[in-house]
Design a protein around this ligand. Structure first.
Ligand code: ATP
Length: 230
């Protein structure tokens, strides 16, 4: 379990409280109004934002003060976070070795993973020579080779058209959720949540609510979610 134990996060005057557990091997969608704190929670889990109080636990390990690189966590961002001067293959290779000293075995693992996400033969291209959907696949491939047990998605596919977005969500489901990763994803769209999330956690009014089974939550939404869904 990934546990936020009475975690309090602050950004300026904004404050968010989380006392929740994310189940191992499940995909949980964070849904809630703009500015409610969904990205803030992901930043605290990834280690980019130090909590004001409380603890972040991964099984027996206390991650609260661990540097981002030492956490069992990968993150997919909206801008994909690709290095423009590196080829797709080298961008993916960073997930294996940040110094990019890749051996033969590691290079073939990168090529196989690129093929796995539908980018066979495109490893030499720079991000600027790839479409938006292809760039998302490179970022996903980097997360796949990094093989960390927790994957955070901060709306990485929101700039894609509906068909491409669904393809990426299906890849996340097929490659990450099916592989037993613990996935926490921000979304504004209940349809996306229903597509891949086992659980949904409402983030509203300064609080992260305990995740509830997706169908149960959307079939009988609490007032704060009803207000958000309109
Ligand atoms: N660096 C910062 N300094 C001060 N306040 C910040 C900072 N970053 C975020 N905030 C504030 O923290 C609150 C939560 O922001 P956050 O980005 O986590 O919300 P969100 O739910 O992810 O929103 P959205 O759905 O619009 O992406 C907002 O009120 C925002 O203005």
């Amino acid at each position: 379990m990934l546990i936020c134990e009475n975690l309090v996060m602050r950004q300026g005057a904004f404050s968010l409280h989380a006392d929740v557990a994310f189940e191992l091997g499940k995909a949980t969608a964070l849904i809630g109004p703009s500015g409610a704190g969904k990205s803030t929670l992901l930043a605290a889990i990834a280690g980019f934002l130090a909590p004001a109080s409380g603890r972040l636990l991964w099984g027996d390990a206390d991650l609260t003060n661990a540097p981002p690189g030492d956490r069992p966590v990968s993150m997919l961002f909206q801008d994909n976070n690709l290095f423009p001067h590196l080829s797709a293959a080298r961008n993916v290779g960073l997930g294996l070795r940040p110094d990019l000293q890749l051996g033969v075995k590691e290079k073939s693992q990168v090529a196989a993973t690129l093929a796995d996400v539908g980018l066979e033969g495109l490893g030499d291209r720079k991000p600027s020579a790839l479409s938006g959907g292809q760039q998302s696949r490179v970022a996903l491939a980097r997360v796949l080779v990094a093989d960390r047990p927790v994957v955070l998605l901060d709306e990485p596919f929101s700039a894609l058209g509906p068909a491409l977005k669904n393809e990426m969500l299906d890849l996340v489901k097929g490659k990450l959720v099916a592989a037993g990763k613990t996935v926490v994803m921000v979304t504004h769209d209940p349809v996306d949540a229903r597509r891949i999330a086992d659980m949904v956690s409402l983030v509203a009014d300064g609080d992260v609510h305990q995740p509830v089974a997706t169908d149960v939550l959307f079939d009988d939404p609490p007032p704060a979610l009803k207000a958000y869904l309109g």
